[in-house]
Design a protein around this ligand. Structure first.
Ligand SMILES: NC(=O)c1ccc[n+]([C@@H]2O[C@H](COP(=O)([O-])OP(=O)(O)OC[C@H]3O[C@@H](n4cnc5c(N)ncnc54)[C@H](O)[C@@H]3O)[C@@H](O)[C@H]2O)c1
Length: 237
């Protein structure tokens, strides 16, 4: 298949739902081969990516299926609203494990394969809470700040090997992750719709289209960068 990602071989995690599913669809539409992973859904590799060896097994399976690897998009993540004092240790650590440690392990395992193609691409998923905090999101925001910092260091370290690393920072996107919060707190949904100058929630495709650009040759000189994709929400008071 021809397309701007023709010949690329990508791993997309969290591809059983929401943003990850949209990314897999979009990268394939642009001609990439995509190996998908998730806890659930119709994916190539089903696993809890916090299991210590899961990411090594994922990279091995993807390389075997596609004959190599040049693109990583780790979208798997979890979030929930908890006041600080309701964050027990297990919850806080679980959020860090899924949103940060599993991403670190995936990047570490994939790095040897990404080097040397001249077009290695890593696009992590931060959040507007990679730059700001919010009530009820102490664990989530800590994990997303960390992912942005991690991505910048990966960009510094792997850049000499032709690999770019960028962090997309979505605003409020309408997915199964946000649906329960918007249902329980309709005023929160209205807040985010109004905060964005574009006056709507984001859709998974809004994020997937930007990620496809960052994976392409058009973004060959973009690295170490966090990019808000939030309809302008964070630019506004
Ligand atoms: N929806 C938003 O408003 C929003 C905003 C900013 C950032 N994000 C980020 O975007 C990413 C995707 O979120 P989404 O909104 O599509 O959510 P989602 O819940 O629709 O999808 C997340 C997927 O990750 C998978 N997953 C969770 N834990 C896993 C684990 N341990 N192992 C393997 N897979 C696991 C889930 O099964 C699910 O399919 C997340 O990293 C999230 O933090 C979302």
């Amino acid at each position: 298949m021809s397309g701007r990602l023709s010949g690329r071989r990508a791993i997309v995690t969290g591809a059983g739902s929401g943003i990850g599913a949209a990314v897999a669809l979009r990268l394939r539409a642009d001609g990439a081969r995509v190996f998908t992973a998730d806890l659930q859904g119709e994916v190539d590799f089903r696993a809890d990516l916090t299991e210590p060896d899961a990411n090594a097994r994922l990279v091995a399976a993807a390389c075997q299926a596609m004959g190599g690897l040049d693109t990583l998009v780790p979208c798997a993540g979890i979030s929930a609203f908890h006041p600080l004092e309701a964050h027990d240790d297990a919850y806080f650590l679980r959020v860090l494990e899924v949103n940060l440690v599993a991403v670190f392990r995936l990047v570490r395992e994939a790095a040897p394969h990404l080097k040397g193609h001249g077009a290695g691409r890593i696009v992590t998923i931060g959040s507007t809470t990679s730059s700001f905090g919010d009530e009820g999101l102490c664990a989530y925001s800590a994990s997303k700040h960390a992912v942005l910092g991690f991505t910048k260091s990966v960009a510094a370290e792997l850049g000499p090997f032709g690999v770019t690393a960028t962090c997309v920072q979505p605003g409020a996107i309408d997915t199964p992750m946000t649906a329960p919060a918007f249902e329980q707190m309709p005023e929160y949904k209205v807040f985010w719709e109004n905060k964005a100058p574009l006056r709507r929630l984001g859709r998974p495709e809004d994020i997937a289209d930007v990620i496809a650009f960052l994976c392409s040759d058009d973004a060959r000189f973009v690295s170490g960068h966090g990019l808000w994709v939030d309809g302008g929400a964070m630019a506004r008071h």
